[in-house]
Design a binder for this molecule. Structure first.
Ligand SMILES: Nc1ncnc2c1ncn2[C@@H]1O[C@H](COP(=O)(O)OP(=O)(O)OP(=O)(O)O)[C@@H](O)[C@H]1O
Ligand SMILES: N[C@@H](CCO)C(=O)O
Length: 294
C-alpha cells in the first residue's frame, strides 16, 4: 500500500521589478501525508481534526484534473494536509497547493511526470511561473513563458538574510492584478526592464547594496499596488534604518520582504516586530530543494 509525504515550499514572487518572472522559495511548507485507503479522507490544514469534503478541496481538484489529463483515475487515499504558508498573503500558497496537487496525482497514478511537465502544467493553472518555478525547484528562479515553452534559470543561493512582514489581512492576487495597467509607455517599459536587469546582475555578482536599491525602483506593479499594502512606506522606510538592503512587496502582497546583510536579520526582526505589533515578522531561510517526496 502506497504511503508518502509531499512537501512544497512557499515562495515570494517578483522581488520588486522581476514582475511575473522572479521568485524565491523560502522555508515555510505545505505538506501532504498520503496513504492509499479504502475511501477518500481529506484532513485540511484549516480544520485538521475534521474530515473535509475532499471533492471540494482545491488540492484534490488539482490532483483529479491532473489524473484525468492523463486518462487515469485517482485511487482513494487518506490525505493529511499541514501548512505554515498563510493564504492570500503573497507567499505563493496557491502555487504550493497546485504543485502538491499535481504531485499527488503523479504519485497515486504513477504518471512519471517530468519536472518540466509539472512546471508547464502548474504554470498553466496558476497563470504565471514566478511562484510555481521556485516551489518546484527551490532557490531564486527566473522564468519566462514564451509561445510554446517555459525557459527558466535557478540562481545560486543568496548570501543575505530574508525577512518577511506578514500582516493578518488577505489580499487576493486577482484583486492586486486588477489594479495594474494594461500597457506601459516605451520609456516606462525600457526603464523597468533596465532596473530588473540591474537587480539580477547585482544579485548574481553579490552586490546586494545595489540590488536592494534597485529592487525598490520597480515600475511594473508596486506604484499601482502600494496603496493596497498596509504600512507600505512605514515598513520600507523603517527597515532601512535597521540596515536592510531593500524592501519590496512579496508577490501580490500584502506581505513585504527585505533582504538584509547576513547575520543582521534577527535584530531587524526584533525592531520591526516592536513597530508592527499585529504582524508576523519572520527571519526565513531560502529553500533550495523545492518539491520533495519521501
Ligand atoms: N493549501 C490550500 N488549500 C486550499 N486552497 C488553497 C490552498 N492554498 C491556496 N489556496 C487557494 O488559493 C488562494 C490564495 O491564492 P492567491 O493567489 O490569491 O494568493 P497567494 O498564492 O497566497 O499569494 P501570491 O500568489 O501573491 O504569492 C486561497 O484563497 C485559496 O482559494
Ligand atoms: N507575479 C504575481 C505574483 C503573485 O502570484 C503578481 O505579482 O501578481
Amino acid at each position: 500500500m502506497k504511503s508518502f509525504k509531499i512537501s512544497v515550499p512557499a515562495s515570494s514572487a517578483n522581488i520588486g521589478p522581476g514582475f511575473d518572472s522572479m521568485g524565491l522559495a523560502v522555508n515555510l511548507y505545505l505538506t501532504l501525508e498520503v496513504t492509499e485507503s479504502e475511501e477518500w479522507e481529506f484532513y485540511s490544514h484549516s480544520s485538521p481534526s475534521n474530515r473535509t469534503n475532499y471533492k471540494e478541496h482545491f488540492i484534490y481538484k488539482i490532483a483529479k484534473q491532473t489524473a484525468e489529463r492523463h486518462h487515469k483515475q485517482l485511487t482513494p487515499c487518506k490525505v493529511v494536509e499541514t501548512s505554515d504558508i498563510p493564504l492570500a498573503r503573497g507567499l505563493g500558497s496557491s502555487a504550493s497547493a497546485i504543485i502538491a496537487g499535481i504531485e499527488l496525482a503523479n504519485q497515486v497514478c504513477d504518471l512519471s511526470l517530468t519536472s518540466e511537465a509539472k512546471l508547464r502544467y502548474g504554470t498553466e493553472i496558476e497563470g504565471h511561473p514566478d511562484n510555481i518555478a521556485p516551489a518546484l525547484y527551490g532557490g531564486l528562479v527566473i522564468s519566462i513563458v514564451t509561445e510554446d515553452e517555459i525557459d527558466w534559470i535557478q540562481m545560486p543561493t543568496l548570501d543575505v538574510d530574508v525577512i518577511l512582514y506578514i500582516p493578518n489581512v488577505e489580499l487576493k492576487t486577482d484583486e492586486a492584478r486588477n489594479v495594474l495597467p494594461d500597457s506601459y509607455s516605451r520609456n516606462d517599459a525600457t526603464s523597468a526592464s533596465g532596473i530588473s536587469n540591474i537587480v539580477v546582475a547585482s544579485l548574481l555578482s553579490g552586490n546586494y547594496k545595489l540590488a536592494g536599491k534597485m529592487m525598490e525602483r520597480d515600475i511594473f506593479h508596486e506604484p499601482y499596488r502600494a496603496n493596497l499594502i498596509p504600512n507600505f512606506n512605514k515598513i520600507r522606510n523603517e527597515s532601512k534604518k535597521y540596515g536592510v538592503y531593500g524592501t519590496v512587496i512579496s508577490g501580490a502582497g500584502p506581505t513585504m520582504l527585505s533582504f538584509a546583510p547576513k547575520g543582521s536579520g534577527q535584530s531587524v526582526v526584533e525592531q520591526m516586530q516592536d513597530l508592527l505589533g499585529n504582524y508576523q515578522v519572520k527571519l526565513l531561510e531560502m529553500d533550495v530543494q523545492g518539491l520533495t517526496v519521501k
